[in-house]
Design a protein around this ligand. Structure first.
Ligand code: ZN
Length: 234
């Protein structure tokens, strides 16, 4: 297939992008409650920061509940600041814990207690959490405990690009305007100074994954975030 033919196929796909959007409706009479769960202080923002910015725009009355399990020292301050940058005045909490990076599966009893005692009472309408195929053991544990704790909830599992290479084939796409992608990246680079020395923590990593997922859902802007959803009830 030549380049021109590929471009024609791409443009015709976008012109015919008729997949109807689904809207979120809170099940209670109160505000839409969104619970964001992350193992480390930048996971939520990398995995679903764009979706959070878009939800905040589209559901002005929504509330973001925020839980980070490894937020220690400078990373606690970074987590607190980043949560404010993304969720703004809609932020509840955040709940910041000091579990050791890489060791959460061996502190499972205490981690599960946080879910039972502090997250379950939130009664969220939508949950963002790590995906079950993630290569990081802390991420996988939080995914399992999310499903243990929330038995009849809408759960979107986000992806974190990493050296180990564990990207898969997500099924839920959230198209994002380019301005929201740029805001996400600016917030990430601004809030997580302690991570900037990591070879992968740079705008190109985050923008390229959003560009790839945008291509896969024929996003008008070309950009999107993507999630895994095991169960969806219409
Ligand atoms: Zn992490």
């Amino acid at each position: 297939m030549g380049v021109m033919e590929e471009e024609r196929q791409c443009s015709s796909l976008r012109a015919g992008a008729d997949m109807i959007p689904l809207r979120l409706v809170a099940k209670s009479s109160g505000p839409l409650k969104i619970l964001c769960i992350g193992a480390h202080s930048d996971d939520i923002e990398i995995g679903c920061g764009g979706a959070i910015l878009r939800l905040a725009e589209e559901y002005p009355g929504c509330e973001f509940y925020w839980a980070v399990f490894n937020a220690v020292g400078v990373r606690e301050a970074e987590a607190r600041r980043a949560a404010g940058l993304f969720a703004g005045s809609r932020l509840k909490g955040p709940i910041l814990k000091g579990f050791e990076d890489g060791f959460m599966p061996w502190a499972g009893t205490e981690v599960k207690a946080v879910f039972e005692n502090e997250l379950k009472p939130v009664a969220p309408d939508l949950i963002f959490t790590h995906n079950g195929q993630d290569a990081h053991q802390d991420h996988r544990l939080l995914n399992q405990l999310t499903w243990n704790t929330f038995r009849n909830h809408l759960i979107f599992e986000y992806e974190i690009p990493k050296y180990d290479g564990d990207l898969g084939r997500p099924s839920v796409f959230v198209p994002l305007r380019r301005e929201l992608c740029d805001a996400k990246v600016v917030h990430l680079m601004d809030a997580f100074g302690s991570q900037r020395s990591k070879h992968w923590f740079e705008p190109g990593t985050f923008l390229s994954l959003m560009r790839l997922r945008g291509m896969e859902c024929a996003s008008d802007s070309g950009y999107a975030e993507a999630f895994y959803c095991r169960k969806l009830v219409l």
